[in-house]
Design a protein around this ligand. Sequence first.
Ligand code: NZQ
Ligand code: ZN
Length: 392
Amino acid sequence: MDNFTFWSPTKMIFGKGVENRSGELAKEFGASKVLLHFGGGSAEKSGLLNRIRKSLSESSLKFVELAGAQPNPRLGLVRVGAELCKKNGVDFILAVGGGSVIDSAKAIALSAANPETDVWDFYSRKALPSGAIGVGCVPTLPAAGSEMSNSSVITNEDGMLKRGFTSKLICCKFAAMNPELTFTLSPSQTQCGCADIMMHTMERYFCGDFGRKLLDGFAESLMRTLMEAAQKLKENPFDYNARAETMLAAAMSHNDVTGSRDNGDWACHQLEHELSGKFDVPHGAGLTAIWPAWARYVYRKNIPRFAQFASNVFGCAIDFNNIEHTALKGIEAYEKFWESQGMPINMSQLGINLDEGAIKELAEKCSFGNMRTIGKIAKLDVSDMESIYRSA
Ligand code: NZQ
Ligand code: ZN
């Protein structure tokens, strides 16, 4: 088993009605003046925001509001949020919404605590922050796992560059998770979320570390449970238990309990971030569209691992005479499953026509101008990235 560090400091409060404890929880983590941050309207429309406002007031917490975090959250709003914090003496941020809202809140928390540094410098790896304001969250979309991850992903409008920043400084202090809040998600948001959750697990699973039976068991169970829930939700979006399994899986898929983030592969996430940065497609859809091409490009580097995935996650029979055959069956099973859930499994289904110019641009951005490789199971350079985009 590879060496690793496990650090998961977020307090999780799970179940019906927990959003009504937001004020009490923020206070527990030292809040006196809160920035209430949310997205484009779903939380207002459902009445969730009014319950949160009430909860903050009942705990005698003053707050200011910032709406408008959009999918693939933008740097411009982060700067607005940091100014608001400064002007109003904000000492805690409460994010109510999907991963984009939580990521935006984390970026604001960094910016507000490090006013002397341009926040984009943290995302472009030019500087390191010395602290961050505390962030708590009420997640409404099981997907990104930002509620328990140490990451934030922001898009800079200047060049539509999408970059992630990772640090224990930005782990949420608490996540108040009520599965009922996800009843209002559209079928496509639900399935995109499930695809992202599955991929956070797969990025850690396809790591090349064979001596990890317990972690593999966690990961395989999470993936099977998640796929079952995704199928149930296609039939009945109000299935509470399926919503609950999905919400728990989202947090567990990205809090390192199925394996350390540092030991994972992450090539598909890096390749996808360039897609959603440039084309503004949903992150989960970009992932299902890129994974089959990536998998076929790299599977020979670890055929037994892909065969284990086929067998333990998708129930494919192992062909002991031709293990490669089993590995390929698993890739096909992945495609078949997500296609049946209405997700794209290639670029044309994603609605993107990648011409040679776009392929070169994406690979150039993803390789930081040919300055880095990505991936662990196989190290991919700029020409490998081009090949994967091309075959997707
Ligand atoms: O803005 P509102 O009106 O709230 O609508 C949102 C948004 O349009 C809507 N929504 C959220 N909860 C809802 C709802 N609609 C109805 N009912 C609800 N309960 O859903 C839309 C998408 O929301 P968004 O937050 O963008 O989706 P998601 O949670 O998938 O987050 C995606 C972002 O997270 C990043 C992605 O790259 C992308 O930018 N990621 C963050 C990670 C992290 N911080 O650890 C890791 C991930 O791999 C990922 O990269
Ligand atoms: Zn993701």
